[in-house]
Structures are given as structure tokens and as C-alpha cells.
Design a protein around this ligand. Structure first.
Ligand code: ADP
Ligand code: MG
Length: 233
């Protein structure tokens, strides 16, 4: 009975997601058709191509992010030091940050912070959250990334100086297609929450209007078996 309940809930979520995807893709498609029609009737303007291009970008973005949750890509589970993943992520986002007058300051701590999982997926979570932080700070500012170990978990705290998020918005975050951005997909957090959940992790968001937002992500600390074996423990 319980299984049935869980299954019907899964079906419900899948149905909602499908409806959302259909809706999100239909809008840019409708607009693409409209512009094709205009061009077909002899009107050619540079702005049409611009709009069509950005509508195609939108569809591409939706498909790209959905592929992240669609299984199964070939992936390998292994042990990673979160400090290296954050370093890679910061390097990757550096130019985008500079473009937005944002600095990223990371405190890596002193000890290795081992987690177990799929490298690209975990990195994707950091990318999504830090990207959101950059995009939130329209007047620039600093993003602080703090890494630490707390008992059995690795804690990654990403704090921005953006406008903050009110309670109502906070409740909607992570729902598929919830976005306040003109070019947003509203899928980044949904994907991130799902990845963290798959890795037995947790995400907690706290925010203060006018001050900023803080994402706290936790993963279980997982000491690599090979290293443990070498130390005889
Ligand atoms: P997208 O970035 O495509 O809009 P996300 O799922 O990544 O989709 O984020 C959903 C929404 O959550 C954003 O549109 C924004 O309104 C809000 N949000 C996420 N992170 C932050 C942040 N650091 N500061 C303010 N708002 C945020
Ligand atoms: Mg995003």
C-alpha cells in the first residue's frame, strides 16, 4: 500500500514535470513559428534573428539541464576532496564573476574534505549555486565560500551580498521552472536539490532581505577506503 502511494506520488510529480516542460518549450516554439511566418512572408529584420536565437537558446538550456536529471549517463563513483572541486568551480566561473564585478573569496580550511559520489554532478551543484549568487548581485560584491568539516559531514557555505529572498519566494525555490529571471530556466536548483539528495546530502537556504543569501550544503564525510587501509585503520 505504501509502495503504491509512493508510486502514485512519483507519477504525480512526473506528470507535473512533463506538463511544465511542455509548457516551457511550447512558448519559445510558438514564438519561433511566428517569426518564421513573418520571414516567410518577406519581412526580414535583424531583430527577428536575435529573438529567434534567444528562443532557441532557451530551449537548449531547458534540454541541457533536464539531461542532468535524466538517467543514466555513464558515471563513476569515487572519493573526492571538496576543496579541489570548489577550486575548479571557482576557476570555471571566474570570468563570469569579473564580468559582474563580483569577487569570489574561498576559505579552504586546512584538512582534506572527503566526499563520495559523482564528480561532475557534485560540481554541477556548486556551479548552479555560485552562478545564482553571481546573477543575484546586480551591483557586484563578494561571494564567500566557506568549507569545513563538522563531525560526520562536510559543510560548504556559499554566501552572497545579493538582494535576498523573501519567504514566499523561498518556498518556491527548487520547484521546476520557478524563475524570476528573463533568461532563466528555473531548473538549476531543482537539479541541484536532486543531486544533493542522491548523495545523502542536505541543502539549507537562509536569506535576509537587503543583506544576502546563504546556501549551506552538507555531504557525508567519507574517508577514502584506500587511504584508510594505508593508515591501517
Ligand atoms: P534560474 O537561475 O534559471 O532562475 P534556479 O533554479 O537556479 O533557476 O533559481 C531559481 C530562482 O531562485 C531564481 O530565478 C531566483 O529568483 C532564486 N534564487 C536562487 N539563488 C538566489 C540567490 N543567491 N539570491 C537571490 N535569489 C536566488
Ligand atoms: Mg540558476
Amino acid at each position: 500500500n505504501e509502495e503504491l502511494l509512493i508510486n502514485s506520488e512519483k507519477l504525480y510529480v512526473a506528470g507535473q514535470l512533463a506538463a511544465g516542460i511542455a509548457h516551457e518549450i511550447r512558448n519559445p516554439l510558438t514564438s519561433l513559428k511566428g517569426f518564421l511566418h513573418l520571414i516567410g512572408s518577406g519581412r526580414k529584420e535583424a531583430s527577428y534573428y536575435h529573438i529567434m536565437n534567444s528562443e532557441l537558446d532557451r530551449i537548449e538550456g531547458i534540454v541541457r539541464e533536464l539531461l542532468m536529471v535524466a538517467k543514466p549517463q555513464v558515471y563513476e563513483l569515487s572519493y573526492y576532496d571538496v576543496r579541489n572541486m570548489i577550486r575548479d568551480t571557482v576557476t570555471l566561473l571566474e570570468s563570469q564573476a569579473i564580468l559582474h564585478s563580483v569577487s569570489i573569496e574561498a576559505d579552504y580550511g586546512k584538512e582534506p574534505l572527503w566526499v563520495y559520489g559523482v564528480e561532475n554532478q557534485i560540481k554541477q551543484v556548486f556551479i548552479n549555486v555560485i552562478k545564482n549568487a553571481i546573477e543575484a548581485m546586480i551591483d557586484g560584491g563578494a561571494i564567500r565560500v566557506g568549507l569545513s568539516r563538522e563531525d560526520d559531514s562536510v559543510r560548504i557555505r556559499i554566501t552572497d551580498e545579493g538582494p535576498g529572498i523573501d519567504q514566499e519566494q523561498l518556498a518556491k525555490m527548487g520547484q521546476p521552472f520557478y524563475t524570476t529571471k528573463e533568461k532563466g530556466t528555473g531548473l538549476g536548483l531543482m537539479v541541484s536539490y536532486k543531486i544533493v539528495d542522491n548523495h545523502d546530502g542536505r541543502i539549507h537556504v537562509s536569506s535576509r532581505l537587503g543583506i544576502g543569501t546563504s546556501f549551506e550544503i552538507r555531504f557525508p564525510f567519507r574517508y577514502p577506503e584506500t587511504v584508510a587501509a594505508m593508515n591501517g585503520s
